[in-house]
Design a protein around this ligand. Structure first.
Ligand code: ZN
Length: 426
């Protein structure tokens, strides 16, 4: 699948997409009159995520029998309503082609340790583009049962693993328990959670025989927007959010904070000047240690206006935390800041939490204990685990609580190393 020019893309959407035609008309944009050349990009109205979400996946999509089949890509459910997009294929980016050539050993037996809803989209859309050699074996593991998944990996003699960073780290220990050597894994595809330097360095030491491939993508996009690998020490030195940007398949605009992307492909729901919500900075002419040709890199920062944050196998929701604080009306208000850091403790990946809350009276050690216990028992960080369960399983390490009487509002902050480069513009 070759990228289109912006002009071809705009014509395609105008002719075939009811969604874009109606959106653009409602914003007074008529490409037949106002779009003459690719330099007219900025005349196209920006599409927000809420506009995108206001229409059902089917009614915002151009369904064409020539595409073959559509697979649903589903966002991880961080929003109340999951974001569902239809995909027929993911064009294979040039960085992926580069990294395939770097994998020593086989890439033909793949364990996908992702929820079934993700795994179907992954398979359906990557197979037509031959992301893995024809003749490969695929199996979908069970993310809530690592032990069964490890036995499957052993049975199919998996050489490739697709997983979130936290799952890949925790799964490594279980693979070793069932007697499957991690050195048999030569390719690891990591997606689905923001990266930290703790996670990348732990993955590198656990899967030391593998090329580890990291993807920055969005459910509604046709392929990865950013990529890097365990060979990219130069990107690691910049920070965990740095990626080679896919400027062949996307146009990136960084007006202030949130990036705006345009995907140069005929996909069911074209992505044209779509506001991602992710803050980003861009550097040109970057030479990386991995050997990929000099090009553009992007540093991905925090997402704007999100009421939840997913990291290290946990999902933290502002509303859920407020509900717990509401149980303690004599002690605290529902205003809080949650700061999350990821650390390596005894070769495990742990989330460390620091809650700053607004006290009603004078906080004592006793008050701190009461708040901590309430959070441990009442706050769910996965569908089936409370904070206390997650601590027992060393998914969460420490919980600190401190106080700020001037606190106003509630927010969850990503790890400092992701936040810091963006703080001066916040
Ligand atoms: Zn690189």
């Amino acid at each position: 699948m070759k990228p289109l020019s912006l002009h071809e893309l705009v014509n395609y959407a105008w002719q075939h997409s009811n969604f874009y035609r109606e959106l653009w008309k409602s914003k007074g944009f008529n490409p037949e009159k106002e779009f003459r050349s690719d330099s007219d990009l900025k005349k196209i109205p920006i599409l927000t995520k809420s506009e995108f979400l206001s229409t059902s996946a089917k009614s915002r999509s151009i369904l064409n029998p020539e595409d073959g089949y559509y697979f649903t890509a589903i966002s991880s459910g961080a929003t109340a309503r999951p974001l569902i997009s239809l995909q027929s294929r993911f064009p294979k980016p040039s960085y992926y082609r580069f990294i395939e050539s770097q994998v020593k050993g086989s890439r033909s037996s793949v364990l996908i340790l992702r929820p079934a809803s993700h795994a179907t989209a992954f398979l359906g859309a990557t197979l037509p583009e031959k992301y893995f050699p024809p003749g490969s074996i695929f199996s979908i593991g069970d993310i809530v049962n690592y032990s069964v998944s490890a036995h499957i990996a052993k049975e199919i003699e998996a050489d490739s693993l697709v997983a979130r960073p936290s799952d890949a780290v925790r799964f490594a220990a279980v693979l070793e328990q069932v007697g499957y050597s991690l050195s048999r894994i030569t390719f690891v595809w990591i997606t689905g959670e923001p990266l930290t330097s703790a996670a990348t360095s732990l993955l590198k030491s656990l899967y030391s025989n593998a090329v580890i491939f990291y993807v920055y993508a969005m459910t509604e996009g046709p392929c990865s927007m950013g990529m890097k690998s365990s060979l990219c020490s130069s990107l690691d030195a910049i920070g965990p959010g740095a990626y080679h940007l896919n400027t062949e398949d996307f146009i990136f605009e960084i007006p202030e904070k949130s990036s705006i992307v345009t995907a140069l492909h005929k996909i069911p729901t074209p992505i044209i000047r779509y506001e991602t919500g992710d803050s980003m900075t861009i550097k040109e002419n970057f030479q990386c240690s991995c050997g990929f040709p000099v090009g553009t890199i992007g540093i991905i920062g925090p997402r704007d206006g999100e009421s939840s944050y997913k990291i290290g196998g946990c999902l933290f929701r502002v509303g859920d935390i407020q509900k717990v604080l509401k149980f303690l009306p004599e002690l605290v208000t529902t205003d809080f800041i949650l700061r999350i850091e990821q650390k390596i403790i005894n070769n495990r990946l742990e989330n460390h939490l620091r809650f700053t809350v607004r006290p009603i009276g004078v906080p004592t050690d006793f008050v701190t204990d009461v708040i901590r216990e309430a959070l441990k028992k009442k706050l769910y960080v996965t569908r089936s685990r409370t904070l206390e369960d997650a601590m027992r399983q060393s998914i969460i390490g420490r919980i600190e609580i401190d106080y700020n009487v001037a606190l106003n509002g509630s927010s969850i902050l990503p790890p400092d190393e992701i936040l810091t480069p963006f703080q001066d513009v916040a």
